[in-house]
Design a protein around this ligand. Structure first.
Ligand SMILES: Cc1ncc(COP(=O)(O)O)c(C=O)c1O
Length: 433
C-alpha cells in the first residue's frame, strides 16, 4: 500500500492523540513501515531521522537487535501473569536492578504501565502515607509550567492551560509555585524562597511537591539549575512533605547522567520512571519508594485498608520488563551515557549558529536535549507546524512545542545525523516569515 492509501484508511478509523483531526484535511499523516536506528521509513520509501525519539521514548534506536532478542526470548516463555499473588523473573530482576542504579534510599518498586498512571500512583501513595499516619494532607504542590501527564490527577498538577482548562471543574486540589526561569543559581534560589513561603504556611495540608528534575520538557523545554533540587530536598525534609521526582522524560541518560537527580546528588522520596525505561518498545512505568513509606502500609491482615490497594491489569508485564532489562543492559554494556558526552558537545557546537538569527530568542541545552526558542510570532500562527512540515519534506522528524524547536534524538545518532537534523531545523527557521 502507498502512504496515501494508508492515510485514507487511517482517517476512517483512528482518532489520533493530542490532535485537531480537521488539521489532517491539509496536513498528511505519515504511515511508518519500519524503523532502523535513528531512521523511520514510510510506505513510499522516504526516511526520517527521529529527532524526538518518538515522544522521547526511543532512546536506543528503532529495531535494536539487542532489545529485540530480549523480548523474543521472553515471548516464548511467559508473556504475562498478574502481579498480585504471583511474580516472574523479569519483574524481580528489573526491580533489583532499578534499586541498584537509582539514587540511594529508593528500596522498592511499584509497577504500572504508563507515565500518567505512575504520577497518579505517586500522588495516591503520598496522600495515603500521611493518612496512615493519622494526617490528612489533600494538596500537592507542583511548579508553574509543569507537565505530568493527561489523567485527571496528572493534569490537575500540570500547568498546561491548553490541555487542562476545559476540565477545571473536575480537577483535584493542587497548588502552584514558580519554577526557576533560567539555568542560573540565582533564579533557583529565588524560586526556593517562594516555595519555602508556601510550605511555611501550608505544609500541614500538603502531601508532596512534584517536579520534573532539570528540564520541564513539555513546558517549552525550560531548564533550571541543579541547586534547585538540592534546596527542594532540604525544604521537603524540613517541612515534612514528600519530594516526588518525575523522571519520566529525563531519566535514563537524557540529561547527561543516568538520572537527572544525580546532577544535584539528591535522593527524592519517590521517583517515577517510564518512557526510556523500555527503550521505547513497550509501555511500562515504575514508582520507586524508600522503605519508610513502604513500612507505613505494612500491617496485619485485620487492617487491610492500610494496604496500597491500587492495581492496573498490565502492571509489571513480563515482555515489558524484558524490554527494560534489555535496555538497561545495552546502556551499561556499551557505556552509552559516557559516550554521549561527545555527542552532547557536538550538539552544543552545532546549535550556536541559531544565535545569530533574528527570530531566535534563546538556545538552551541540558545533555541530550537542545531547544531553540523562536520569537516574534503569535500563537495562532502555529509557527511550529511550518517547521514540522519542512522537517518531514527534508527527512527529519521535528515536532516543535509551539515556538520551541527542540532536538531529543535517540542516543545511537551519529555526528553526521546530528548535523543533518540540526541543519534542516536551521533551514526551516531561516525560511520562516
Ligand atoms: C515529565 C512527564 N511526566 C509524565 C508524563 C506522562 O507520561 P505518559 O504519556 O506515558 O502518560 C510525561 C509525558 O510526556 C512527561 O513528560
Amino acid at each position: 500500500m502507498t502512504n496515501n492509501e494508508l492515510m485514507n484508511e487511517d482517517l476512517k478509523y483512528i482518532w489520533h492523540p493530542c490532535t485537531q483531526m480537521k488539521d489532517h484535511e491539509f496536513l498528511p499523516i505519515t504511515p511508518i513501515k519500519k524503523g532502523e536506528g535513528v531512521y523511520l521509513e514510510d510506505f513510499d520509501g522516504n526516511r526520517y531521522i527521529d529527532g524526538v525519539s518518538s515522544w522521547w521514548v526511543n532512546i536506543l534506536g528503532h529495531n535494536n537487535q539487542f532489545i529485540n532478542d530480549y523480548i523474543k526470548k521472553q515471548v516464548d516463555t511467559l508473556e504475562h501473569v498478574l502481579l498480585a499473588g504471583f511474580t516472574h523473573e523479569p519483574a524481580i530482576k528489573l526491580a533489583k536492578k532499578l534499586v541498584e542504579i537509582t539514587p540511594k534510599g529508593l528500596d522498592k518498586v511499584f509497577f504500572a504501565d504508563n507515565g500518567s498512571t505512575a504520577v497518579d500512583i505517586a500522588l495516591k501513595m503520598s496522600f495515603q502515607y500521611y493518612k496512615n499516619k493519622g494526617l490528612t494532607k489533600p494538596y500537592f504542590v507542583s511548579l508553574e509550567n509543569s507537565y505530568h501527564g493527561e489523567s485527571i490527577a496528572a493534569l490537575s498538577i500540570s500547568d498546561m492551560g491548553l490541555y487542562k482548562d476545559v476540565y477545571d471543574e473536575i480537577l483535584i486540589r493542587s497548588l502552584k509555585t514558580s519554577s526557576p526561569k533560567d539555568q542560573g543559581e540565582e533564579e533557583a534560589a529565588r524560586a526556593l524562597l517562594e516555595l519555602e513561603d508556601l510550605l511555611k504556611d501550608r505544609a500541614h495540608e500538603i502531601s508532596a511537591v512534584i517536579v520534573e528534575p532539570l528540564v520541564q520538557c513539555a513546558g517549552s523545554m525550560s531548564m533550571y539549575n541543579p541547586s534547585y533540587l538540592l534546596g527542594l530536598r532540604k525544604l521537603c525534609t524540613k517541612y515534612d512533605v514528600l519530594f516526588i521526582a518525575d523522571e519520566i522524560a529525563v531519566g535514563f541518560g537524557r540529561t547527561g547522567k543516568l538520572f537527572a537527580c544525580e546532577h544535584a546528588d539528591v535522593s527524592p522520596d519517590l521517583m517515577l520512571l517510564s518512557k526510556g525505561l523500555t527503550g521505547g518498545y513497550l509501555p511500562l512505568s515504575v514508582v520507586m519508594i524508600p522503605n519508610f513509606i513502604y513500612d507505613e502500609f505494612y500491617c496485619d491482615y485485620s487492617n487491610y485498608k492500610r494496604a496500597f490497594l491500587h492495581s492496573n491489569s498490565y502492571t509489571g508485564n513480563a515482555l515489558c520488563c524484558s524490554a527494560a532489562l534489555g535496555t538497561i543492559e545495552y546502556l551499561e554494556k556499551n557505556d552509552i551515557i559516557s559516550k554521549n558526552q561527545e555527542k552532547i558537545d557536538f550538539i552544543n557546537q552545532e546549535i550556536q549558529k541559531f544565535k545569530k538569527l533574528k527570530n531566535v530568542k534563546e538556545i538552551r541545552q541540558t545533555g541530550m536535549i537542545a531547544a531553540i526558542e523562536l520569537q516574534g510570532y503569535k500563537s495562532e500562527e502555529r509557527i511550529g507546524l511550518q517547521v514540522y512540515k519542512y522537517g518531514l519534506e527534508n527527512g527529519v522528524l521535528l515536532r516543535p512545542l509551539a515556538h520551541i524547536v527542540y532536538f531529543m534524538p535517540p542516543y545511537v545518532i551519529t555526528k553526521e545525523e546530528i548535523k543533518k537534523m540540526i541543519d534542516v531545523a536551521y533551514e526551516a527557521i531561516v525560511k520562516l516569515p
